[in-house]
Ligand binder design. Structure first.
Ligand SMILES: Nc1ncnc2c1ncn2[C@@H]1O[C@H](COP(=O)(O)OP(=O)(O)OP(=O)(O)O)[C@@H](O)[C@H]1O
Ligand SMILES: CC(=O)N[C@H]1[C@@H]2OC[C@@H](O2)[C@@H](O)[C@@H]1O[C@H](C)C(=O)O
Length: 399
């Protein structure tokens, strides 16, 4: 028997597995690396984050990825080169993290690599007849496996597409396994570039659980800052937005898109929510001459409004849902204040309260997906579109 397959078989049979979860999201700030101890599988899963670090991308690497990121006119040769380079860089970053933690690579059972999304194209966004839902993550898993010597599961989104989903949000699987609680309605709200949440009903009925994108989180604010404030990457502590005033007409124009009326679950990305989207809304509302701080304030209100409308649609009659936040947007004081004001009955907290560092949460979710593929079963969310019962990830062997 191939020794690598024997090792895989052994890992699958262990009661506990050390799995490194990786995530690098739409904000392109760096690679989140979470070393997780996963035990059991399915509803018996438990996870402990042993170590977590975000290793930043260099400015040159960010610029390289940005040159193809969510761009219809991307240079195909660059995409090809970056597919390898992202894999190589991620492998180097994993080795650097392990060295910092003084952990030998051979003591790690597996890596779960999300890769770098460069284009997300569900049918609702591309609108091209005859073409399926599509999404593309680069950073090939074989580079990571070969360079680290650790079995790597990668490219999780393709199986989701192949079984009828949009390739996202995948958060639903891990959220359901580790954060569901009998007797409490929970919304796991991640405010990354795009905001999404998972609804976990208090009766733990899997057929009601879903995860959906709800609109922009930080992406429009970040894009605006990077365009108009050279040298800044985001509006730290919403300092600029808080000095401005939201414009009602622009906000209405921003909210005027069929994405917000579509049923859950749905997905989106910077392919829709980008500077062209803003310019169109400004033209439509006659607000092209607003001061930068007023535009930023409005964009922050826009993110809050998208989240708030989706929460209200989901929780309806539930009086006191618990909203458990993660992702960089939870550090934006204006955004969080707007959400709390709009949803006074909800109880807000962060995944810290559930023993998971909110900045590590998405990386942990990918470790859990790999754990299920290695040792679990497809999770059954009932026969609904958008949440296929499936185990995900391609298995890349180091040798
Ligand atoms: N102190 C802060 N004040 C305001 N915004 C903040 C603060 N800290 C982080 N952010 C926001 O969070 C962003 C980073 O968020 P995060 O790392 O969750 O994104 P991501 O993982 O790339 O997104 P995604 O989940 O869409 O893949 C920053 O670009 C910024 O917009
Ligand atoms: C295609 C893609 O990379 N989507 C990301 C992105 O970042 C947030 C939101 O958009 C979410 O749909 C998804 O990531 C999370 C981890 C998910 O799949 O649940």
């Amino acid at each position: 028997m191939n020794q690598q397959l024997a090792r895989l078989y052994q890992i699958a049979q262990q009661q506990e597995r050390k799995i490194i979860g990786l995530m690098s999201g739409t904000s392109l700030d760096g690679l989140d690396i979470a070393l997780c101890l996963c035990s059991g599988s399915g509803r018996e899963t438990a996870v402990k984050v042993l170590h977590f670090i975000t290793l930043p991308y260099t400015d040159a690497f960010k610029a390289d990825i940005k040159s193809v990121f969510s761009r219809k006119d991307a240079d195909l040769e660059k995409v090809c080169l970056l597919n390898e380079l992202v894999g190589i860089k991620h492998a180097e970053m994993i080795l650097e993290a392990l060295a910092q933690w003084e952990i030998k690579p051979e003591t790690v059972d597996a890596i779960a690599s999300h890769g770098q999304t460069i284009f997300h194209a569900p049918k609702s966004l591309h609108g091209q007849a005859g073409y399926p839902n599509a999404t593309l993550q680069i950073g090939d898993g074989d580079h990571i496996a070969v360079k680290t010597g650790i079995i790597t599961l990668a490219d999780f989104r393709q199986k989701h597409l192949a079984t009828g989903g949009e390739g996202a949000p995948l958060a639903v699987y891990g959220d359901y396994l580790i954060f569901s609680a009998t007797g409490e309605d929970r919304l796991m709200l991640n405010i990354g570039g795009i905001a999404n949440f998972t609804y976990l009903p208090s009766d733990k009925d899997a057929s009601k659980v879903f995860s959906t994108d709800v609109g922009p989180g930080n992406t429009l604010m970040d894009q605006y800052i990077q365009l108009h404030y050279p040298g800044l990457y985001y509006d730290q502590d919403a300092a600029i937005a808080q000095s401005g005033k939201a414009n009602k007409k622009l906000l209405e124009a921003l909210l005027d898109n069929k994405f917000f009326d579509a049923d859950f679950p749905k997905t989106t990305g910077p392919e829709l929510f980008n500077m062209a989207y803003l310019l169109k809304a400004q033209a439509q509302s006659n607000t092209s001459d607003l001061a930068h701080e007023d535009v930023l304030a409005t964009l922050c209100h826009f993110s809050a409004e998208g989240i708030m409308q989706a929460v209200k649609k989901t929780t309806g009659s539930v009086r006191h849902p618990r909203i458990i936040m993660s992702g960089g947007g939870m550090h934006n004081p204006l955004l969080v204040r707007l959400l709390k004001e709009a949803l006074p009955e909800a109880r807000f907290g962060t995944t810290d309260e559930l023993d998971i560092n909110p900045d590590a949460k998405e990386a942990v979710l990918f470790a859990l997906l790999a754990n299920e593929t290695l040792a679990g079963q497809p999770i059954n969310f009932g026969a609904r579109e958008g949440v296929p019962s499936v185990c995900m990830g391609k298995i890349c062997l180091p040798a």
